[in-house]
Design a protein around this ligand. Structure first.
Ligand code: PLP
Length: 480
């Protein structure tokens, strides 16, 4: 193919993607609104995309940039002298490594557990699953959404290898009582990880204006590691998070070497071995360009935007904010006047993406909004769209799960759901085309209404079945 034809195809293939820039996508992407930073990031990404962090002697530039990024984060997060860290591919990899490191630091514990608030990111469940660690979930306060430090303390025992707190939690944007939790962990001689994937590049700036904001950094005694994602509020391209440890000794079990084969000695600080230098270079370039003053200004912009958004929502009938968000994320719930998931579809039809969150424990179904700097100037526009979307949802009436489908689901044991049974469910849900191929739904509300009445284990089974089908290649060989 000639390059122009491929370019046309690249444009065409992304026609249905959410916009990454412009502030109208309120989950998955974070936009500084600084065109110059984006352009510089793209240049660095392209220039270093082919370099490989696998071997620091081959690409010393990447080692240097990694050291700089870790140093910057250690300064921001009050790391004492001796703080070390690594660049990972994202928040999930940082959390996987935090759990693996904590487990491997305690070979004396044969059945390790991880004590975490029920609001902690799902990546911890993934880590627990990968590394044979049992998650011990502690209910959060149903009013505030914050972890309850005394309940966390009660859950710590001789098998606990790691205690977790979030700054803030993803579902409700609230910062856990890190000081109290870390104190309990330290008293028990257990590591404490603060998941600041969202807040780590934002809250330190906001704490300069408001020292009353909860402390969560290495200033808090007992905090042993912190994760912070540059590809969130560092506003860098995807593929960069940092995992910091208070000391090199605490990090030691994270490092891996294998000379047990005839090839090069594999020597890694992270899960990945080959690591593209592109995201690292882009993060290095963008953090330098924006700098401390720039991030302070962006953080203030987000804080002011969030405050005005929360006030505007509270002033509207039938809508409320769940928990007490103290950073950049907010979860909106409806009273029973309309279906909240329909609001998400109606917003999308008006060019705004917000992320549905299913009901869980004491928490109602919500819409998640991650506010980034580029969204803030557009909040009046967003609120107009929200009002119109709510009016449309009221007019549409309640969205309920298809009664036939809901009846089948109520009887279903997720552990016995086989391929044929799943195909039948997909057809009942209208998620297949004429030839039986799964399709992407155009309106999510009916799908979410159905998932919302299912228990979490069934939600997982249903969505895994769907993912399995939509992620298969389209090959002539499979068309028969
Ligand atoms: C608090 C928190 N931790 C971890 C993650 C996982 O990060 P990633 O999606 O980069 O793997 C997220 C993602 O939103 C998050 O909000």
């Amino acid at each position: 193919m000639n390059p122009d034809e491929v370019r046309r195809q690249l444009d065409a293939v992304r026609a249905d993607d959410l916009p990454t820039h412009g502030g109208r996508t309120l989950a998955y992407v974070y936009d500084s609104g600084l065109a110059e930073a984006d352009a510089l990031g793209r240049e660095a990404l392209a220039a270093f995309g082919g370099t490989n962090g696998l071997d620091p002697t081959a690409f010393p530039s990447l080692l240097r940039m990694e050291q700089d990024l870790v140093g910057m984060a250690a300064d921001l997060l009050d790391g004492p002298p001796g703080t070390v860290g690594s660049v990972t591919s994202g928040g999930t990899e940082s959390l996987l490594l935090a759990v693996q490191t904590a487990r491997d630091a305690r070979p004396d514990v044969s059945r390790p557990t991880l004590v975490m608030p029920s609001s902690a990111h799902a990546s911890f469940h993934k880590a627990a699953h990968y590394f044979g660690v049992r998650p011990v979930l502690v209910d959060v306060d149903p009013q505030t959404g914050r972890a309850v430090a005394s309940a966390m303390a009660d859950a710590i025992d001789a098998d606990t290898v790691l205690v977790v707190a979030s700054a803030p939690s993803y579902p409700h944007g609230v910062v856990d009582p890190v000081t109290e939790i870390a104190t309990h962990a330290q008293a028990a001689g257990v590591r404490c990880h603060v998941d600041a994937c969202i807040g780590g590049w934002l809250l330190p700036f906001l704490r300069r204006d408001d020292p009353e904001l909860p402390a969560f950094s290495f200033l808090v005694p007992g905090v042993t590691s912190i994760s912070v994602d540059l590809h969130k509020y560092g506003y860098t391209p995807k593929g960069v998070s940092l995992l910091l440890h208070r000391s090199a000794q605490l990090r030691r079990p994270q490092l891996f070497a294998s000379a047990a084969w005839p090839g090069y000695t594999m020597l890694n600080t992270t899960t990945q071995s080959t690591r593209s230098g592109g995201p690292i270079a882009a993060a290095w370039a963008i953090t330098r360009l924006i700098g401390d003053d720039g991030y302070l200004a962006l953080a203030r912009q987000v804080r002011d935007g969030l405050t005005s958004l929360v006030d505007a929502v509270q002033a509207r009938p039938h809508l409320r904010v769940v928990g007490r968000p103290s950073s950049s994320l907010v979860a909106l719930a409806s009273d029973d006047a309309f279906d909240i998931f329909t609001v998400a579809d109606e917003l999308l039809a008006r060019g705004w993406y917000v992320q549905p969150q299913l009901s869980f424990g004491p928490f109602p179904p919500t819409l998640h909004l991650s506010v980034s700097a580029a969204t803030v100037p557009r909040l009046p526009e967003f609120l107009d769209a929200l009002d119109a979307a709510v009016a449309a949802a009221v007019a549409a009436g309640p969205t309920t799960a298809d009664p036939g489908l809901a009846g089948v689901l109520a009887e279903l044991d997720p552990t016995t759901l086989d391929d044929a049974g799943f195909d039948q469910l997909l057809a009942m849900a209208g998620l297949v085309d004429g030839s039986g191929t799964p399709t992407l739904p155009t309106r999510m509300a009916p799908v979410n209404a159905t998932l919302d009445v299912a228990p979490p284990s069934l939600r997982e089974a249903l969505l895994l079945g769907y993912l399995d089908r939509i992620s298969r290649p389209v090959r002539a060989a499979d068309r028969g």
